[in-house]
Design a binder for this molecule. Structure first.
Ligand SMILES: *Cc1c(COP(=O)(O)O)cnc(C)c1O
Length: 309
């Protein structure tokens, strides 16, 4: 049911000023039609632990994480409850409708409460409400999440120089960095504005990891390709996603992978990547995220049909 290892596809980038650079797309978007790409990787070790306990987790109203978690819990027959940052459950919200249909129970909290999601006091209060349950941080952030992501590196039989991925919570990037060989470089492209805090956060995770003790891994966070912030887009970005689709017949999502590929192609074309680099770009999936755009009227309902099909 999970399509693993996910395929690696060489992209023809002859339209760019490529200077011998090669780009492969690691198609984690193909892992599963419901459980989007990196979300499965981040969740799998949480779900294989203690198969009886129920799960509590967090996310925004269009969260790919909650959507993937709801489906996976449905599949593995685990009880799951979500704390959602939203005023109410909008009946038009297909992400939450799917979650509920998969059996997830959903509770809306305001932004102020949602901000407490890492506070020990709030977490112990949740624990008392849901005794015996496993609380998974937003986005699967944590040791088991990093470990699940690291497995994707072992699937790649190719001596690459760079691995590029989109960044939300930083879990995927941290998991990748920890698994790289010396001289391999990880590049994260932030999907949100003001992502500088992630640099020290990821550094802390890396320091805590025993495996890389003594080796300083090389990685970068590109912070200027967020197109105005999380979930924000622009005609330029949408045009890029459309052209990408016409060129490769591969759909990118507007929140993460569209911004990542835009940043990578610009860097190559503008000579900011070293000659002859062998670059793997990680398609983390996230295609269900398009629905939040059409539902909120940010794109016409038939955007996919008219522009992407
Ligand atoms: C959640 C998500 C990300 C971000 O992953 P993090 O591990 O939170 O940084 C990237 N791409 C897609 C498609 C996602 O759904």
């Amino acid at each position: 049911m999970f399509f693993l290892p996910s395929p690696l596809e060489l992209l023809d980038i002859s339209h760019l000023h490529h200077r011998g650079i090669k780009v492969w797309l690691k198609r984690d978007d193909l892992i599963h039609p419901q459980v989007s790409g990196n979300k499965w990787r981040k969740l799998k070790y949480y779900l294989s632990e203690d198969s009886q306990t129920s799960i509590v987790s967090f996310g925004g109203a269009y969260s790919n994480h909650l959507h993937a978690l709801a489906y996976a819990c449905h599949y593995f027959q685990r009880k799951v409850h979500a704390i959602v940052r939203a005023d109410f459950i909008d009946p038009a919200n297909q992400t939450l409708a799917d979650c509920i249909a998969f059996g997830m129970t959903v509770e809306c909290v305001d932004r102020k409460t949602y901000r407490k999601r890492y506070e020990p006091e709030y977490l112990s209060w949740l624990k008392s409400r849901f005794p015996e349950s496993l609380i998974i941080s937003e986005g699967g952030y944590g040791e088991l999440g990093f470990k699940g992501v690291a497995d994707l590196i072992n699937e790649i039989n190719l001596d690459f120089s760079h691995l590029v991925c989109p960044v939300g919570s930083g879990t995927t990037l941290a998991g990748i960095i920890r698994q790289l060989k010396p001289k391999q470089i990880a590049i994260g492209v932030a999907a949100l504005a003001n992502s500088g805090y992630l640099v020290s956060e990821i550094d802390t995770i890396l320091e805590q990891s025993q495996k890389i003790a003594g080796i300083k891994p090389y990685w970068e966070l590109w912070q200027d390709n967020h197109f105005g912030g999380f979930g924000k887009t622009s005609p330029e970005l949408l045009k890029f996603i459309e052209e990408f689709y016409f060129r490769y017949q591969i759909i990118l999502d507007p929140i993460y992978t569209g911004k990542m590929m835009f940043a990578l192609f610009s860097a190559i074309d503008e000579g900011r990547m070293p000659e002859n680099s062998k670059v793997i770009a990680l398609h983390t999936g996230g295609l269900q995220g398009w629905r939040g755009f059409t539902q909120r009227g940010l794109l016409p309902d038939n955007y996919f049909l008219t522009n992407l099909d």
